[in-house]
Design a protein around this ligand. Structure first.
Ligand code: BDR
Ligand code: CA
Length: 307
């Protein structure tokens, strides 16, 4: 099993990633560290508490960075709504977040379990960068870092930048230059994994709170993708990271040298992948192909096992 910490900004696709992690025996979710991102930190913390509660667990939730390292904060309320979860009848959180800051929690949990923790990040990398600054040896003590963010091709918030990279480019810069190998699931990969109307019907038919709420979230998500991108489905970005840990054979990828552009201008926040090589040593395993149908079946099958 993978013992993981999930750093996220729930968020519709983050929500599915949390449900997938909590329904999979291959994954032991030690804690969720929340970051600003899709919506403000007060919402992402609350959403993490509510989602774990719906899944019937008491996974510790740590509140993290309210702001990016340098740039002004941005949000994705257009995609995820004002609160980050566009679903009706969500319960009130029955628990409070832990008192430790998310960055401090990453340091303490990794230090207590050296070389054993897989860190999965599905939002801006602010908490991870802060943890690496608090404890510069941390990159050598993490078993594996898997991140949804960036792109080898075009972006989604700007022509060149993906949201999680653009929301805190300096944090991404710190992480990609920390010496750790990043396992990157960028837009070039995640746009291959689309949740469609037919999948929403399967979620609905599960006939549980998790199924109903997931179906409602995905309904809004698919609608946004139709209006904004004219696509017949919405990219299930964040769950790809968890699906990869559950079954790495569902994906293929290659090692590249990746740099993060922190110059303000049209490429601000772009993850620049050195496709032909020669610019520096490979610091990133870049996911390039997904077996989309299998990834979707895995997600639907696993979510159906939650109460
Ligand atoms: C990423 O941005 C967020 O809106 C999603 O949750 C995902 O992590 C995709 O660009
Ligand atoms: Ca996210």
């Amino acid at each position: 099993t993978h013992r993981i910490l999930l750093d996220c900004d729930p968020g519709h696709d983050d929500a599915i990633a949390i449900f997938l992690a909590l329904s999979s025996p291959e994954i032991e979710l030690l804690g969720i560290t929340a970051t600003h991102g899709n919506v403000g930190i007060e919402h992402t913390v609350r959403n993490a508490l509510v989602l774990t509660q719906l899944a019937g667990t008491e996974t510790p939730v740590y509140a993290g960075a309210a702001l990016p390292i340098i740039r002004d904060p941005i949000q994705a309320t257009r995609v995820h709504g004002k609160t980050g979860l566009q679903a009706t009848g969500l319960p009130e959180p029955a628990r409070a977040p832990e008192s430790l800051h998310a960055a401090q929690a990453i340091v303490e949990i990794v230090r207590a379990n050296p070389h054993e923790i897989t860190l999965v990040a599905t939002g801006p990398l602010s908490n991870v960068a802060l943890a690496f600054r608090l404890d510069p040896e941390l990159p050598t003590l993490i078993k594996k870092l898997v991140w949804m963010g960036g792109s080898t091709t075009y972006g989604n918030v700007t022509p060149s930048a993906e949201f999680n990279a653009f929301a805190d480019p300096h944090a991404a810069y710190i992480v990609f230059n920390s010496g750790i190998k990043v396992h990157q699931f960028g837009l070039n990969l995640t746009l291959q994994v689309l949740v469609k109307e037919e999948h929403i019907q399967v979620l609905q038919a599960i006939n549980t709170e998790v199924g109903r709420i997931s179906a409602e979230l995905m309904g809004h998500y698919v609608q946004f993708y139709r209006e904004r991108y004219n696509l017949d489905g919405a990219a299930l970005h964040d769950p790809c990271t968890i699906a990869y840990l559950i079954d790495p054979t569902l994906f293929s990828g290659q090692e590249y040298h990746v740099q993060v552009d922190i110059q303000e201008g049209p490429n601000f926040g772009r993850t620049v992948c050195d496709y032909w090589g020669g610019q520096g040593p490979a610091n990133t395993w870049v996911a390039t192909e997904a077996n989309s149908e299998e990834v979707m079946s895995l997600i639907l099958d696993r979510l159906a096992t939650l109460k």
